[in-house]
Every structure is written in C-alpha cells, then in structure tokens.
Design a protein around this ligand. Structure first.
Ligand code: GLC
Ligand code: GLC
Length: 669
C-alpha cells in the first residue's frame, strides 16, 4: 500500500472510531443546535479531515501519543463549533456560498492602533462612519491583547490571547465591535501572534517556575554549546537592541529562544500540546467574530538545527493544519501571511490551503525604490516575473505599515539589470534617511547591523515622500510635488491587484512624529516615529476644503470609490506593459468585460508614452480616461506631467462612472 493510501485509510479509520464516541458525549449540546448546522459541520469535517490528519501525522505521527493528539483535536473542533455564535454560523453560510469574497474590487482595507486612533474599542465604534466615507470594507486592528506594561513590541508580546488590554476595553467590546462592523459590511482582521508569547504569559510563568510540562512549551537550554550551534546559522532581527536569539533566564538557569525581543519567547511547535493550545486560541478568536487572521512572523515557527530556522517545511505544515481547522469550524475565517522574507519564500505561503492573503513586501519596497531612482526597471522586472497566485488567493498591497521598509528584492534580478545589490541598498538607505544629496525623504534608520551593513527604514508615507521637508522649507512647489508623489503612490496601491491596505493616517497625510524619543520604552525602536495618534483635529478639518488633509482624504476616498466601480481591479492578475520610457510604469488590469490601462509617472518631469507603445497595449480605439472622464483617442501619445497617473478604460463597452459617492465625503469626522 502506498503512503498515500495508507494515510487515507488511517484518516478514515480514525474519524470512524473517534467521531461516534464524541458525538455521544456531546449528545445534549448537539441536540440543542439546529440539525442543519451540525450536518454542515460534519460535511466539512469529512471533507477536510484527511488533510488535517496528514498534517498532524507529518508533525506528530512519530510520537507515542499521536492518537491522543487526534482525539483532543477532534474534541476541540466539536466544542468550538458548538460554541460558535449563531450570527457567525450564518456568516459562515454566506461566505461558503461566496468563497472568494475577499478578492472583490469592493475590498479596501485600513490598519490602525486602537489606542492611537480612538483611545479604546468603544470609541472606535463611533468612527465607523469615517471608514464608510473612505469606502473601507476591511479593518485590521493592531494587537490589542493583554501584554506587559512598558515595552511590549507594540502589543506583539501577548500575555493572554483571551483578554483585551484593559486600557482598550473588554472582550465583550471587541465582539460588539465585530458585530457592528459586520452590519456595515466591514470585516475584522486581527493578529494571530503565534510564534511567541510574552514572558508574562501563564505558560511562560509556569515554565519559569520550572514546571516541566510548560518548559516544553518553549525552547530552553542549559548547554551554551547547543545554543551556539543554533546561533551560528541565525539572523539577528533586532541587532541594535541585542545580539543573538537567546536570552538567559536567571530563575531557570537556562537559555530561552527569543527570536525577536528578549521578552518574546518562541513557542515549541514540535510539542503537540503547543499546537493544540494555539489552535484553541485561534478558534477562540474566530468565535469572537474575527474574519481575517494575520499570521504574524510565519517564517520563524519551526526550528531545525543547522539551518537559519526560517521557512522550514514544517512551518507550512503547521499553517495548513490551522487552515483545515479554521475551514471546519469557522469557514468565514481566512489567513493573511506576514512573511517578510525572500520573494521566492513569500510565495510559498500563499495557497488556498495555507494563507489566502499575503502582504506584498516586494512590490511595496520596489515602489519606494522607483520613487527614489525615478526609474521603474527593477519594479517592472519583478512584476513581470512574479508568479501568478493560485486561484482563491490574493495580495494585500500596502505602502506603509507599522513596521520598517526592508529592501527585499532578489540580488540576481538586480544584477541582471546592471544594479549592484549591495551598493543599491546603501543608496536607498542614504536616500530615505535624507543623507543622499537632493533627497526629499525624511526617514529614520532602523536596526543598523554593523556586521553586514544591513539597515531598514522607518517613517510615514508623507515624510518619506517629501512632504515633511517641503513643509519645513515652506516651498509651495515642493509641497505640490510631494502631494502629487503621495497621490501617485496611493493610486498604485489601489489599482495594482489585490486588497489595498491603508495605514491609518496616510489617508490625510500624517507626518513623522518624534515624540517617541522622550519615551524610554520606545526610544530604541524608531518604528514609533510612524506610530502616532490620529490628529482628529486634522481629520475634522476635512470640512475645510482648503487644507492639505482634505486634499489627501478626498483623493483617497475618490481612489477607493472608483476602485469599487471597476471590476477590472478585482483579483490580483496584471500584465506589465512596455511603456518605452524608463520613468513610466504601466500595467493592464482585465476582468469580466473590462480592460484598464494604468500608467504612472515616477519622475517629477513631463514624460511621454509614444502612440506606437500605446497601440501595442491593445488600445486601438477611442478609450476614456477615468479621472478626467475625457475621451482618449487611440492614435495619440500619452502625456504626463510630473507624478501624474492615468487610468484608461479601453473596454469594448465603456461603463460610465457614478459620482454619487462624492456626496458622502466630508460628512463625517
Ligand atoms: C511581526 C510584526 C512586528 C513584530 C514582530 C514580532 O513582524 O509585524 O512588528 O516586531 O512580528 O512579533
Ligand atoms: C523582520 C521580520 C519581520 C518583521 C520585521 C520587524 O524583518 O522578518 O517578520 O516584521 O523584522 O521589523
């Protein structure tokens, strides 16, 4: 019998043996839920069990208590399905009937810190109209769970996955918010910080007290040689804060594996109890009404001696097992991968049975690269060579987020274009920290590593794109140019394929905030320069149409609302076109009967796309430019002023744009 057959049979047998037993013990609870909901669950269970079984077998099949693991997992699936609120079960049905809801052109995302945006969860609910006027349908809240006072990596050190940080509210506030968002057609995304817990999590506390059961939840070592053997192959993530990936714990007299900060303890997924415990935390969040889970730091979750302990095959197996569990219990829930690694590795996490969504850090960083160089060749080559995502998966496109920008492009791609990767990264870092002569950017260095020269960049969209320096110079032309640059970048994010994800503040042009330098818990982490409070005064100024804030907000809302009217912007597929001009980036988006040619000028100077190049794209009859709503004859050059962008509809039949949405802007603050 082949392994495949053997596993199928074993999967079937195990379910046949375990399920009736568990159904008997949950008889009363099962009788209390609608019959149809239970049969639906069983259908999904039968559909997904084999895949879950195979993942678990791969990870834990060799352990003597594997059958116990299976039984515990099945028991958990049943408990959480029985406990899933009715409204969410209804949502499950809806989403099952429309499984690719997140691929739609309707999707527009925003991500924010609750405390910085609205003080707390209750306050956030009052701002739902603000999201609506931007057209937001996806709200990602930065980590909001209980975490250590003082330093906590912006909440990425979780002490309790079931308790909201009391400053922000309660778990009840969170599920109330989820319901209110769902009512407005907005889905809720939260982080699933599953690579590590904080050192104050109950499991870590028990481990510190030398409870052997919980010491097995983490990686601890008495032997420094063993630590050194691992360390030799590992990368330093926060080298300016600390060298190495291990932290000495006095109480345990042991080294603890801490990839990120010393208070973030990596979980040991080779222990099936850890897998089960974290799967439960995930289902708990799912039943609170979360639609999208952002899988934090996915690359790091499996360790293998002699490797860099990133992107190991088992990391994928674990995510697939979580995916099967979510599909069975809470099919509403999808995953977003946060793998800020080499492009060839990023792509491996994006599959319908793993993460349906993924950040697109390559595109993000290359857009910034093109903005600095005013040349689009590296961006073009990366987009041309990028693999098409499997059906049912899409990118999350962003310009800025709470983290730094790292220059993740492939070295060979760069060399093929005559670019020296190391020198180019140095140039980009000089440019974005404002050191390069003539640079407009005001970024800050993040995590300089003197051993290899690596450096990343912090800063807000507006400060990196030149608004801060222009305002300081009080130079109207420079200000105007910065505004155009920012709008141009945002037009790409909205149109290039995938879900656009705004970083809150970028809708009204927020600048860097240097007050973090006065806070001892933040001073050593420059990412806080782009993590600051929402200026509600500025947002209220949206009523005043003369402000820069208003112009940014208006343009953003316009882009988002236009996006929703353009089915061509659905999904992630795009064809990069040859514009014949090194400064012009062009692509075609196609879907249903709609075809759009999008061209963007990355330089501050006037540029032309010649008519022959335009014709090569297939634009051979009169088309219509969407922003101006003017006809675009086929046999004409396309003319661009500095940083101009055009979206040209060249479908057989051109659908008119509805301007109704304009009325909703500015009506809320
Ligand atoms: C992710 C987060 C980052 C955090 C790290 C550790 O990469 O985006 O902010 O520092 O994980 O949890
Ligand atoms: C590293 C990690 C990434 C994290 C970032 C935080 O790049 O790979 O996951 O977001 O550090 O700065």
């Amino acid at each position: 019998m082949s392994t495949h057959d053997w596993r199928s049979k074993a999967a079937n047998d195990s379910l046949k043996r375990l399920l009736p037993r568990l159904e008997t013990s949950y008889k009363k609870q099962i009788a209390a839920v609608p019959q149809i909901s239970w049969t639906g669950f069983k259908a999904r269970l039968h559909r997904e069990w084999k895949r879950l079984f195979c993942c678990l077998h791969e990870l834990y099949g060799w352990q003597f208590d594997f059958y116990y693991t299976l039984e515990q997992v099945l028991d958990m699936l049943i408990r959480y399905r029985l406990g899933r609120p009715l409204a969410l079960k209804k949502l499950d049905n809806k989403r099952e009937a429309d499984p690719s809801w997140y691929i739609s052109e309707e999707m527009v995302g925003i991500v924010l810190y609750v405390d910085l945006f609205s003080n707390n969860l209750a306050g956030l609910q009052d701002h739902i109209p603000y999201f609506e006027s931007l057209g937001v349908t996806y709200l990602h809240l930065m980590p909001l769970f209980s975490s250590p006072h003082g330093e906590n990596d912006g909440g990425y050190a979780v002490s309790d996955y079931r308790a909201v940080n009391p400053d922000l509210g309660t778990m009840a506030d969170l599920s109330r918010l989820a319901t209110a968002l769902h009512e407005q057609g907005i889905s809720l995304a939260l982080d699933f910080v599953f690579n590590h817990t904080s050192d104050e999590h109950e499991w870590a506390r028990k481990a510190k007290a030398l409870d052997p059961e919980y010491m097995d939840y983490f990686f601890t070592f008495t032997d420094r040689d063993q630590v050194d053997q691992y360390q030799e192959h590992l990368r330093d993530i926060f080298p300016t804060i600390r060298k190495g990936n291990f932290t000495w714990n006095e109480n345990m007299q042991r080294w603890v594996w801490t990839t990120f900060n010393s208070y973030q303890w990596d979980l040991n997924y080779s222990n099936p109890a850890v897998f089960r415990a974290m799967a439960e935390e995930m289902l708990f969040l799912a039943n609170e009404g979360v639609d999208v889970l952002r899988l934090d730091a996915v690359a790091f979750i499996w360790k293998r001696p002699g490797t860099d302990c990133e992107n190991q095959p088992e990391a994928h197996t674990i995510i697939r097992a979580f995916n099967a569990i979510a599909q069975i219990v809470a099919p509403t829930v999808i995953f977003k991968s946060e793998a800020i690694v080499h492009p060839d590795e990023i792509i491996k996490y994006i599959r319908p049975d793993e993460c349906q969504l993924s950040y697109n850090p390559l595109q993000m960083s290359l857009v910034w690269e093109a903005l600095a160089t005013r040349e689009v060749k590296l961006l073009v080559s990366a987009m041309q060579n990028r693999e098409r995502l499997p059906q049912g998966c899409t990118w999350v496109n962003y310009l800025r987020c709470h983290d730094d920008i790292g220059w993740t492009f492939d070295d060979t791609d760069a060399r093929n274009l005559g670019i020296d990767p190391k020198g180019h990264r140095r140039f980009l870092n000089d440019f974005y920290t404002g050191k390069f002569p003539g640079s407009f950017a005001r970024g800050l260095p993040f995590q300089f590593n003197p051993d290899n020269g690596d450096l990343r960049i912090s800063g807000t969209l507006s400060s990196l794109a030149g608004l801060e320096s222009a305002l300081e110079e009080k130079d109207d032309d420079m200000i105007e140019q910065a505004v155009r640059r920012i709008n141009m970048l945002r037009s790409i994010m909205v149109s290039i394929g995938g879900i656009p994800l705004l970083y809150a503040g970028d809708e009204y042009g927020k600048l860097n905030d240097y007050t973090y330098l006065t806070d001892p818990t933040k001073i050593s982490d420059s990412r806080w320069v782009h993590r600051s409070r929402t200026h509600w005064r500025a947002a209220e100024d949206l009523a005043d149409k003369d402000t820069l804030e208003w112009r940014f907000f208006y343009e953003m809302a316009k882009l988002c609302n236009l996006r929703k009217q353009l089915p061509a912007l659905r999904d992630g597929g795009l064809t990069v076109v040859d514009t014949g001009n090194p400064h012009l980036f062009g692509y075609i988006r196609k879907n249903r009967d709609q075809r759009l040619l999008i061209v963007v000028n990355f330089s501050e100077f006037d540029q032309v796309m010649h008519r022959e190049k335009v014709a090569e794209t297939g634009l051979t009859q009169t088309a219509r430019e969407i922003f101006t709503q003017k006809p675009q004859p086929a046999d004409q050059d396309l003319l661009f002023n500095g940083y101009r962008y055009m979206w040209i509809d060249f479908s057989e039949t051109i659908t008119p744009i509805d301007e109704q949405w304009l009325k909703t802007i500015g009506s809320s603050g």
